[in-house]
Design a protein around this ligand. Structure first.
Ligand code: 5SP
Ligand code: FE2
Length: 220
């Protein structure tokens, strides 16, 4: 089993102190920085894009895990690489040519990941799974932080873990949305190994929240 990783979502950070709060999650030991890009079309909300990613890139050496909630992300793959992305996640629902989009990400030397909305079946991954570094299972409908975890995601995660094991693939399972210290154990036990948390990291004491997640990971 892979080591469990925490990916704090900066969507929940205090934007007046963004650099400082990224440093704090880095120093507390978080593996990835999860960066939610929203276009107001694929999802209702608009967040931020390349200029923000570029400006926070010098703040940390941690992996920039960029979650693109945008239509036809193939249009911007190169720009996100240039801004500093290490992992690029695209939504299967947002790509007309999913295979081509994955190949474009990999050709630029980034890790490729595909995300599925809660209502999207795992079957859409059938012909692309061996090409992927990670699959992101959304446990809320994408577009906003602070939503309630959708519990049917647990079954989806365990089914995906089974498929990955059967095919002996090296693919991470990331889960995103509504995860906090009280439900993370169930998510990890279902088979996830990369956990996104926004509200549960950036509300109150950032350091103790990050340590709390790693403590759960150690005891699973
Ligand atoms: O991609 C998204 C939302 O669309 C997430 O990454 C959220 O930012 C996670 O926030 P919490 O649910 O943990 O508050
Ligand atoms: Fe996200």
């Amino acid at each position: 089993m892979k080591r469990y990783k925490l990916a704090p979502s900066i969507l929940a950070a205090d934007f007046t102190k963004l650099g400082e709060q990224i440093k704090r999650v880095d120093e507390a030991g978080a593996d990835y920085i999860h960066i939610d890009v929203m276009d107001g079309s694929f999802v209702p909300s608009i967040s931020f894009g390349m200029p923000v990613i570029q400006s926070i890139r010098p703040v940390t050496n941690r992996v920039f895990d960029v979650h693109l909630m945008i239509d036809e992300p193939i249009r911007y793959v190169k720009e996100f690489k240039n801004a500093g992305a290490d992992i690029l996640t695209v939504h299967a629902e947002a790509c007309t040519h999913l295979n081509r989009t994955i190949m474009a990400i990999k050709e630029l030397g980034m890790k490729a990941s595909v995300s599925l909305n809660p209502a999207t079946p795992l079957s859409v991954l059938e012909y692309v799974l061996p090409e992927l570094d990670m699959v992101l299972i959304m446990s809320v409908n994408p577009g906003f932080g602070g939503q309630k975890f959708i519990s049917s995601s647990l079954n989806k995660i365990s089914q995906l873990r089974k498929i990955i094991e059967e095919q002996q693939l090296d693919v991470d399972i990331q889960v995103d949305g509504g995860i906090h210290l009280k439900n993370v154990e169930a998510v990890v036990k279902a088979g996830a190994n990369v956990i996104v948390a926004g509200t549960a990291v950036f509300s109150s004491d950032i350091e103790s929240n990050v340590h709390g997640f790693y403590e759960v990971f150690q005891n699973v």
